[in-house]
Design a protein around this ligand. Structure first.
Ligand SMILES: Nc1ncnc2c1ncn2[C@@H]1O[C@H](COP(=O)(O)OP(=O)(O)OP(=O)(O)O)[C@@H](O)[C@H]1O
Ligand SMILES: [Mg+2]
Length: 423
């Protein structure tokens, strides 16, 4: 074995390749320079391939790059041997290197052909870009669907909240209405009997003074009961066609008094305002209650505005709580303390007040709410803490015509707000 190897490597009987070229320098050096250049290039290519696969660990078929690197390196060595054998006849070693390179090249070629279908199946950068864009579009679609779902949930929550609020108001209304109705009748008996007794008492007597004070207490109680009945939508209403702008104009002196301001409240009244069909006295009460609230919300003074506007059916359909028919909107706006969301949620409840004991009964807004509802309308609070409050009263448009309305409207200007109405 050793002998065979030594015999194979024996170069004593061989002549260097240069002899074949007759040592012609131009031939010798052309071979040397060309082989050296090829070898140099072949040695740098594996380095570049090695660097590439080391840095790009995500690349597919990395082992194939390494096979290429080894194969090209072996090719480079064969070119070095071509230079070496010009002077030294080491043909056996050269043959061995060539044999290794040949087997390496065969293996690499076979592997490459086997790999080709898989390599061709790899997505091209353009395909990847398109797939990425497609994916991004789907992610956007999914985000939009999620957003729509969130909005639907929020909308459902809002609807449930409104339903709960409306059920709560109905329940409180039923309770308040029941109590107020019975109290109203009892107070009717008390007041009418006090009235009868008064006729039998001598004028300016002590008994008469006591009876008067009992009477005034009973009347205050009756006024409270009226507000409770108003909230419960059980007060007797006498609806007539009314021009809201005229009613507000006629009421302006009283409103100014309620607002407690020297200046008249600012009027932003829509021209050509539609008429409404409501009980004018209750509308006055509602406006006075709202004005008193505006005054209380602006202890240091401030601007109050009374607004009116037509609300066409299409717009009414977008306002929660309104029927999709033409309405007239009447608002009292102030620049006062505003209300928190918690206060807004409870403000229409009877007896809810944030005012000190003795300063508020908590029945003002409930009268406004009950009156609006009993008139087939709605009341709405728009407010934020620190940025004032606007309370909108929406009343359905009257389509019966105002020809018969003038007497009703006149009655508004002449009759005082009712105090009692027994049922
Ligand atoms: N314009 C407003 N600005 C700020 N808060 C208001 C306004 N109007 C009403 N509120 C709040 O709503 C609560 C309820 O008002 P509501 O008119 O029903 O009762 P009140 O004013 O407290 O008492 P009452 O009107 O019976 O004298 C008030 O206590 C207040 O907290
Ligand atoms: Mg009030």
């Amino acid at each position: 074995m050793l002998e065979t190897l030594t015999g194979f490597l024996d170069r004593s009987s061989l002549a260097p390749h240069g002899i074949c070229l007759l040592w012609r320098p131009e031939l010798i050096w052309t071979h040397v320079v060309s082989d050296a250049t090829i070898a140099l290039a072949y040695f740098t290519i594996p380095v570049a391939l090695g660097l590439f696969v080391t840095r790009r660990r995500d690349i597919a078929f990395r082992w194939m790059f390494w096979a290429f690197a080894v194969f090209i390196m072996a090719c480079g060595i064969t070119h070095l041997f071509a230079i070496w054998t010009l002077w030294v006849p080491d043909y056996a070693a050269e043959a061995a290197v060539k044999a290794v390179t040949a087997s390496g090249s065969i293996v690499t070629a076979v592997l490459l052909w086997m790999l080709l279908p898989q390599a061709l199946a790899l997505p091209s950068p353009e395909q990847l870009r398109r797939a990425n864009a497609d994916l991004e579009a789907r992610v956007c679609e999914r985000d939009a669907a999620l957003e729509a779902l969130r909005e639907a949930y929020a909308e459902r929550d809002r609807a449930e909240d409104m339903l709960r609020q409306s059920q709560k108001m109905d329940a409180i209304g039923a309770l308040t209405g029941g109590v107020a109705h019975d109290f109203n009748n009892l107070l009717g008996v008390v007041i009418s009997n006090l009235d009868r007794i008064e006729r039998f008492l001598p004028a300016e007597s002590g008994a008469r003074r006591s009876l008067r004070s009992a009477m005034s207490g009973a009347e205050r109680a009756a006024a409270l009961v009226q507000k409770m009945l108003a909230f419960a939508r059980r007060q007797p209403l006498q609806p007539v066609p009314v021009e809201p702008n005229r009613l507000i104009g006629d009421l302006s002196e009283l409103l100014r008094g309620a607002l407690g301001t020297v200046e008249m409240p600012e009027m932003a009244l829509a021209p050509d305002l539609w008429p409404v069909r409501v009980d004018p006295n209750q509308l006055e009460n509602a406006l006075l209650n709202l004005s008193v609230n505006a005054r209380d919300a602006m202890p240091g003074g401030g601007r109050a505005v009374i607004r009116t506007r037509n609300v066409p059916a299409a717009e009414a359909a977008d306002i929660a709580g309104l029927h999709p028919v033409d309405h007239v909107g009447i608002a009292v706006e102030d620049q006062g303390s505003g209300m928190s969301a918690e206060v807004i949620a409870r403000a229409f409840e009877p007896f809810f007040t944030t005012k000190a004991v003795g300063e508020g009964t908590g029945l003002g807004l409930s009268q406004v709410f009950g009156f609006a509802k009993q008139s087939d309308g709605h009341a709405e609070i728009v407010s934020h803490p620190g940025s004032g409050t606007t309370v909108w009263l929406y009343l359905p448009r009257d389509r019966t015509g105002l020809s018969s309305a003038q007497p009703g409207a006149e009655a508004v200007r002449t009759s005082p707000p009712p105090c009692l109405g027994f049922a």
